[in-house]
Ligand binder design. Structure first.
Ligand code: HEM
Length: 422
């Protein structure tokens, strides 16, 4: 306790590793130790330096809902740029930063309104049949194979194909995307940073080209709709348009990829729960995906925010311009909110997890992500109920702040016992 008070008095960051493979493999002990230290604590964050993080459900939900005190744009907190963005990062990244997630009101609302409709529950439910078709199509390609990397193929391809279709990007380009996004997987050390920036640059050029093509010849999909909105007047400018498409593309599939692969890992580690789910998937899948999302928390934190003014927050003195981020994964494992949070309980209800955050920046794509995960798991296990993870003790976790997923997920399909597609 004495040490802890000293750390606070000095305002010094506490040493918690929330990036490394050991943490990603089993984050709950670290979250528990962080909560012990307090509901809001200072830590050292990659790229950012000292920052505050929330560790409890109460402090996390309070933070994400208070968009007056916690802001995205530096100019609202006596700083410049957006939180976490450094002067040495390339221009392409700055371009990417011109999106709703990194804006405060009123720009945030203006940008989000342009795409809100496409991601509402009713519109997404209408896509269920098509998402199932996409999942089936990918599974068809597994025919004759005994072992596949589920992360690099299925878990990645289902959300990627869905978001590309929604945006109206050509089918033949999707493999190229997959290659670029691999460069983003493990940003650690100067070489990998350079690789990641290179990939972002290529992606930006590609999207810019697609926007131009949609301008010349409008086609089905959100990009053409957004181009029309840009041409209509003052709804969004050219750089916002580019940034919006990049945000939807990146936010739209990497996160869901990790939800699908993490869910497979969780189900294989919890065979009794798996049996329970697949005894009646039609009625149990919806709640199960909520619980798998909470239990695995594939997105562990929000993006950093700035503190807008000096203030007391959950016992800590925060200063204007300080950086803070909400550890939604810690909130999802807070025993003050969830009974036995470390136990996977697929019929858990109610389940007020913060996987998709809350407040004005709550996830735009949460309905889509839910339906994608429901379809992907149903279709996968309908064909391969007995699939097995190859060497489950040797999974390689991605060492990147805020994301919980594996680099690859080799599984044995047990195709000889595979059932026909449901
Ligand atoms: C399992 C999958 C997903 C998870 C766990 C997830 C999680 C999150 C979280 C935690 C936030 C808040 C970030 C912050 O406040 O800093 C967020 C925002 C956002 N998500 Fe997702 N997401 C997922 C899938 C998707 C999909 C499929 C899309 C579709 C395009 C999407 C688009 C967005 C956008 C555009 C925002 C910013 C919203 C705003 O600023 O108003 N996400 N997501």
């Amino acid at each position: 306790m004495a040490d802890r008070n000293l750390a606070y008095r000095l305002n010094a960051p506490l040493r918690f590793d929330i990036e490394g493979a050991a943490f990603k493999c089993d984050p709950l002990p670290t979250f528990a130790a962080m909560r012990e230290a307090g509901p809001v604590i200072p830590v050292r964050l990659p790229f950012v330096g000292k920052g505050w993080v929330t560790t409890t459900y109460a402090s996390t939900i309070a933070m994400v809902k208070d968009n007056a005190l916690f802001v995205q744009e530096g100019r609202h907190a006596g700083k410049s740029g957006v939180a976490g963005m450094q002067w040495w990062m390339p221009n392409t990244l700055r371009l990417f930063a011109n999106n709703m997630l990194l804006k405060d009101e009123p720009d945030h609302r203006r940008l989000r309104k342009l795409v809100d409709k496409a991601f509402q529950r009713r519109d997404v439910q209408a896509m269920r049949g098509r998402i199932e078709q996409i999942a089936d199509g990918i599974l068809d390609q597994f025919a004759g194979q005994e072992e596949v990397d589920l992360a690099g193929t299925y878990a990645r391809r289902v959300p990627l194909d869905v978001i590309c279709e929604l945006l109206g990007l050509p089918h033949q380009d999707r493999e190229t995307f997959t290659a670029w996004t691999r460069g983003l997987l493990s940003i650690k050390g100067p070489l990998s940073i350079a690789r990641a920036f290179g990939a972002i640059g290529k992606m930006t050029n590609y999207v810019r080209g697609q926007i131009e093509e949609c301008r010349r010849a409008p086609r089905e999909g959100l990009i053409s709709e957004l181009v029309r909105a840009e041409e209509d007047g003052d709804k969004l400018d050219e750089s916002e348009l580019l940034s919006m498409v990049l945000l939807l593309l990146i936010a739209g599939f990497e996160t869901t990829t990790h939800l699908i692969e993490d869910s497979v890992i969780a189900l294989e580690q919890n065979p009794i729960q798996k049996t329970f789910l697949f005894a009646d998937p039609a009625h149990r899948m919806e709640r199960a995906v909520e619980e798998l999302a909470r239990y695995t928390s594939p997105v562990q934190s929000t993006k950093p925010r700035f503190v807008a003014r000096d203030s007391e927050f959950f016992g800590q003195t925060l200063h204007r311009g300080d950086i803070i981020l909400a550890l939604v994964a810690a909130a999802n494992s807070d025993p003050a909110q969830f009974d036995e949070p470390g136990r996977l309980q697929l019929d858990r209800f109610p389940n007020p997890h913060l996987v998709f955050s809350s407040g004005i920046h709550f996830c735009l794509g949460m309905q889509l992500a839910r339906v994608e995960a429901q379809c992907a798991l149903s279709k996968l296990y309908a064909r391969y109920p007995d699939l097995q993870i190859v060497e489950p003790g040797k999974l390689q976790w991605i060492e990147r702040l805020g994301i919980r997923g594996v680099k690859s997920l080799p599984v044995r399909l047990n195709a000889t016992r595979a059932r026909l597609a449901a």
